[in-house]
Design a protein around this ligand. Structure first.
Ligand code: PA5
Length: 445
């Protein structure tokens, strides 16, 4: 289901180097699993796939079914961990051109996103295309006070749902937020809206398998039970004792740390499927926000292959030797395609007649991995056996666990993000938010 292959790291990492990491890995595993490490209040995601209440899944699915029955589309308002996971899974598993499919051929509703930036044009365009549609809105914010989603909610509520009374609003707006605190909890209570809770012990970027991700994913018609099932399977594998051979996610975490200590500054996640672009974005946030602190952390970069081999390929092959590469691939596509024979064409492709496009993609991946290894770019691969919710569930858990272990081995708290506040403080001051007058003066002097 998920196969991690690091044999091409052999020229860069010797077996004894991994062995020497054993003690550090053990400490990190203990800190994580005994809940004794930094940020241990935010480790609820570790057991979540196993412990999630089936009743909660049933309620999420029932709300999703109602949204699919009564509306034309769902707008998800959220930023960072409050939208990336849902978008990643939906895009990874959906038809690439689902907007062009007749409604009765789509498994679920179109899910559009807002509140993940501050573009006026984006909001205007969204209002325009949803004017004659029956729209449901899912506002997601753990803190309930993040500026970008709050602005989008205020605008879209007025512009798209402004003509509705409170009763109708209660049918259309779904809130996902903290159990007790924050402005959104207040809105949900005041208007009697359907709301979902984000557990106290799960932070934004580890929340895709909570209602944060599961509701939009289910509205898109995807199988949330299988997603959780995959995560459960990967969790079981991750929790096996390292004495029985390092679980793949531990090995990935150790390889990353070793390469970082050898001077590689960035990790490039390269996927050979365009549908994985947002999965890469989710991964970038997960690792960037978890590891990048105290002057430490690998820089997470995302690439689409083979597309980016024609834009970044030269740099990767022969530029500064500062990065290593983790490739994510599906073993087989959902629907393959055979290259037809056409001997009269001058395209020099006749030798491939009868070959599947997916085989060409696989050979491109093999060829690239060998070329990059040869060029001094350490390479590892995560192979998912199929493009399915179950495999994606495995991948999500694999990355979450590997990320937490890497960060702990690097001596940082994987679950906080103190640096994110710096731009917010300046923005509030420049916008004239009460309480920020002194900082404004300082910034303007
Ligand atoms: O991982 C995180 O905690 C962050 O990326 C948050 O998800 C993001 O900042 C949005 O926060 P909130 O859900 O409170 O609006």
């Amino acid at each position: 289901m998920l196969i991690y292959d690091d044999k091409l790291t052999a020229p860069f990492i010797a077996a004894h180097e991994r062995d020497q990491m054993e003690a550090q890995l053990r400490v990190a595993r203990d800190m994580l699993d005994q809940r004794t490490g930094p940020g241990s209040d935010y480790t609820g995601w570790i057991d979540l796939p196993e412990t999630m209440d089936p009743e909660q899944i049933r309620v999420i699915q029932a709300s999703a079914d109602r949204i699919r029955r009564d509306f034309d589309l769902l707008i998800v308002i959220g930023i960072g961990g409050s939208y990336l996971g849902a978008r990643a899974v939906i895009e990874a598993l959906s038809h690439h051109f689902s907007a062009f499919l007749p409604a009765d051929q789509r498994p679920g509703l179109p899910v559009l996103f807002a509140g993940h930036q501050l573009s006026a044009d984006y909001l205007r365009d969204l209002i325009e295309v949803t004017r004659d549609k029956r729209v449901a809105i899912n506002v997601i914010s753990k803190s309930g006070r993040t500026t970008e989603p709050a602005i989008a909610f205020r605008v879209l509520r007025q512009q798209i749902l402004g003509h509705l009374g409170d009763d109708q609003l209660a049918d259309r707006i779904f809130i996902t937020t903290d159990r007790e605190q924050g402005a959104l909890r207040q809105v949900a209570d005041d208007l009697g809206l359907t709301s979902f809770e984000i557990a106290d012990d799960i932070g934004g970027r580890y929340s895709v398998l909570t209602p944060v991700g599961l509701l939009p994913i289910a509205v898109a018609g995807l199988d949330i039970q299988s997603l959780l099932e995959g995560a459960r399977e990967e969790r079981a594998r991750c929790l096996t004792s390292p004495a029985e051979g390092l679980p793949p996610c531990d090995r990935y975490a150790v390889n990353r740390i070793l390469l970082n200590r050898k001077g590689y500054l960035a990790e490039m996640l390269a996927a050979y499927e365009p549908s994985m672009r947002y999965m890469t974005e989710w991964w970038k946030q997960l690792f960037g926000e978890s590891e990048g602190k105290d002057g430490r952390g690998l820089i997470p970069l995302g690439l689409d292959y083979t597309t980016d081999l024609h834009s970044m390929g030269q740099l990767i092959q022969e530029g500064p030797r500062l990065f290593f590469e983790t490739v994510v691939r599906f073993d087989k596509p959902n629907r393959d395609l055979i290259l037809p024979s056409d001997p009269d064409q001058a395209d020099e492709l006749e030798y491939l007649a009868g070959t599947s496009v997916s085989l060409v993609n696989s050979r491109a991946a093999e060829a690239t991995a060998l070329a990059h290894t040869e060029g001094g770019v350490p390479n590892m691969e995560i192979l998912l056996t199929e493009r399915s919710a179950r495999c994606l569930g495995r991948l999500i858990y694999f990355f979450e666990r590997a990320c937490a272990l890497s960060a702990l081995m690097n001596g940082v708290n994987p679950f906080d993000q103190p640096g994110v506040e710096a731009y917010k403080r300046n923005m509030f001051a420049l916008l004239g938010k009460p309480g920020y007058e002194a900082l404004r003066q300082q910034l303007e002097s």
